[in-house]
Design a binder for this molecule. Sequence first.
Ligand code: SF4
Length: 365
Amino acid sequence: MSAQIERIERLYREGTLPQEEMSLLIEQRDAASTEHLFALARTRQQEHFGKAVYLRGLIEFSNVCRNDCLYCGLRRSNRACSRYRLTPEQILESCRVGYAHGLRTFVLQGGEDAGFGEEPIARLIEAIKSRYPDCAITLSAGEWPRAVYARWRDAGADRYLLRHETADPALYARLHPAELTLEHRVRCLWDLKGLGFQVGAGMMIQPPGQTLQNLVTDLCFLQELQPQMIGIGPFIPQKDTPLRGERAGSLELTLFMLAVLRLLFPKVLLPATTALGTIDPIGREKGVLAGANVIMPNLSPEDVRAKYTLYDGKNVTGIEAFKTQLADRLAKIGYEIGMGRGDAPGYAPKFMQDDGKGQRTPPES
Ligand code: SF4
């Protein structure tokens, strides 16, 4: 047995590896042993999730952002970005369409938009929960004070996605303006955990300057945080950002890291992200075959989908076409769409309770 296969077997058996072995595992990856890694990742994936791939309805509610991350097309200094902010009515209509298609998780994603802050988001969560108490709400709205997160949690939000992007402070500083720090982002993640959110974190794969050691640092950070969701995706340059001329991250390394994550975190919810589908026409299927188990179709109104320009070339197919195509595409690789809320295993959802007067109130936590 080669040293690489031994490392993969050990990772599968023990669910972890010493840092130096993890570093070698990533560095010495090759096609043959990677196939073995993927097969073991699928074994773990199917132990906990069967052949179901959960769908989440993604609603990009605002592309206004107060931040200036160097890699992102929504950065505030990008004058080429055509800004929009959905109305509550548009968002509720997106939920209605998604619900009718069987979706039971809505992901509300936006830039850090001070004009769509604490109260508007809280009221929106309450409105969605009162209409669809059987659905989960995931927020992805960036860094806010703990009290704001607490308000959103009280309003009924179940999950929060806040990718850490990189757990290396020097690389974080290269990719973000000075006012954004890794320390603050990490504090937000712990605040969210403390408030009872199911938390999602994750890193970019191969932004400029990333080393293999940086990826090992990311894995260590995730082991410490123990999130319920991990979202990773390749760096994709966006033409109106300072990183426009840089090389994109590779599909190959992204898939490899997905499989490593599945073995490190067997029960984690692991999306095959839109970015994967952007850099390869069958990138999402490849992600599922590497251990991913979540896909997020876009529910945003058609006229704004193309304006949410995190990176270039983003796939923006609507829900109707997407779901039909996806069912076929998953069937071809032996998987199927899973239509429930798709909570992390072991998590018991608390549904809103009816007080008998037609009012719905959140249960005591
Ligand atoms: S990555 Fe997020 S916080 Fe940074 S500029 Fe883009 S939308 Fe704003």
